[in-house]
Design a binder for this molecule. Structure first.
Ligand SMILES: [Zn+2]
Length: 113
């Protein structure tokens, strides 16, 4: 398990909260947040389902003030860019929804009487 956890952390920033305006660098206050909760659809610890957030920003995801959209491959450090909406403002203008949406089973609706 420990080996898998370390592997999953491989491409994650370990030195700073991923919210651009945030300056928290103390590792003691950095948390790994699952963008899509593992219990919801059996998501993994893959780095593209994880964000590194300080304790304050982590709490904001659970209060709803911070919505993590997802992670995009990028030339930014660590080869990734976190995309999010903080206090109603997207950090990347125009991207307010994930390109990946968890699929729910389709309900078959009979429209004929
Ligand atoms: Zn932060």
């Amino acid at each position: 398990m420990k080996k898998n956890y370390q592997k999953s952390m491989k491409n994650l920033p370990k030195d700073k909260c991923e919210i651009e305006s945030c300056t928290v660098t103390n590792k003691f206050f950095l948390h790994k947040h699952h963008i899509v909760e593992r219990k919801e659809i059996g998501t993994s610890n893959d780095s593209f389902n994880c964000a590194i957030l300080c304790a304050e920003h982590h709490a904001l995801t659970h209060s709803g003030a911070l919505k993590i959209i997802g992670v995009f491959p990028s030339t930014a450090p660590h080869g990734r860019k976190l995309v999010y909406i903080l206090d109603g403002k997207p950090n990347i203008p125009g991207i307010t929804e994930s390109y990946f949406q968890p699929q729910t089973p389709q309900m078959k609706i009979n429209t004929k009487d």
